[in-house]
Design a protein around this ligand. Sequence first.
Ligand code: NAD
Length: 255
Amino acid sequence: MTITAVTGSASGIGAAVCKQLQEAGHTVLGIDRQNADIIADLSTVEGRINAANQVKALSNNKLDGLVCCAGLGVTAPSASLVISVNYFGTTELIALLQDTLAQGENPAITIIGSVAAVQQIAEPHAMTELMLENKEIDARTMADELGQPHIAYSASKYALTVHARRLAVQIGKTGVRLNTVAPGAVETPLHEASKNDPRFGEAVRNFVAPIGRNGEPSEIADAVTFLQSSNASFIHGSVLYVDGGMDAMMRNGNL
Ligand code: NAD
């Protein structure tokens, strides 16, 4: 029996991942703020500990997979909440479950990043460095002072992807694989809200992938299900763009 925990399981990409993993034979433990096996608020330290404790109890301390999809977009109530959910809600949950995963059968973690991490505002931003230094309070303060949720979003996804690359190097020896899937625009409630936002809607609607359409949640779940399977047994520390060519476009064809 393969037991896999999935955050953000109640909606969009997370819900599609749960469906596909179940079809592939996994026992799925969904984690979300509502409509989930484990109800937890990943924006808080207590919520992350609560989620991890429930996963440990339900998996008998042997977890085979973790997929981190929970996230907030540019319409989140505050920029600081974007930082806490997207970055710390993922990195801290992984830290809390790392030992439990090391006990699993061919354990694997997939993080949902974003092609937004490629945006030039993300990499040099001081907020990125604060996240990577694990300074949640300082990163939250800076995010709210700046009051630019799109910068907080890109920075959170950039920091998350860098964290994943660094952690992959450390945890390879424990037998736990770790990869990032970076979606482009995907038709989910998060994306719908962004398209309708008066501040960002026009830019979001005009941001069309070379392939000429947005993705479906199942197309992201296809990649996640593959990375969580034994077919991906030598793939570790990678970033897989599932974005209809947006990354290639944004980098002007460069690596
Ligand atoms: P969604 O809004 O449909 O789903 C996100 C889920 O995360 C929701 O069920 C929500 O309740 C949960 N969540 C939010 N805050 C939480 C918290 N504090 N605690 C626990 N759960 C919480 O959005 P989606 O588009 O499916 O997004 C999934 C992931 O994909 C996110 O990390 C998002 O940044 C990423 N992503 C989405 C797109 C896109 O275009 N849709 C593109 C790139 C990356």
